[in-house]
Design a protein around this ligand. Structure first.
Ligand SMILES: [Zn+2]
Ligand SMILES: [Zn+2]
Ligand SMILES: [Zn+2]
Length: 105
């Protein structure tokens, strides 16, 4: 069995004056998203804009543009700062603690 790579690095915005860093990258694991939607929004009437999956435990929550902001809530409750988008065709991640974007590589 080969081990799936879960290597992330901080995205450096072009022209940034200071190098962005994240102290949590070694906590990222090749997790599988545990739900098809935000478990906190699945009640009737719930809606979200985009979904994020926690890179430590796979918990799925809605993004900061969504009314519930449950991905942020997951960080606030568990202290898991890393999440990746579940949007098809996109592969970015985000660290809530450092407020930096992440990319795979
Ligand atoms: Zn970080
Ligand atoms: Zn988590
Ligand atoms: Zn939600």
């Amino acid at each position: 069995m080969s081990e799936e790579s879960a290597t992330w690095r901080v995205t450096q915005p072009p022209g940034a004056a200071r190098k962005r860093t994240c102290r949590h990258l070694e906590r990222a694991r090749p997790v599988t998203a545990v739900a098809e939607g935000c478990s906190r929004c699945l009640a009737p009437g719930g809606s979200w804009v985009n979904l994020l999956a926690c890179l430590e435990c796979g918990a799925v929550g809605c993004c900061d543009s969504s009314p519930g902001r449950h991905a942020y809530e997951h960080f606030a409750v568990t202290g898991h700062p890393l999440a990746r988008t579940l949007k098809a065709g996109e592969a970015w991640g985000w660290c809530y603690a450092d407020a930096v974007f992440l990319e795979q590589g």
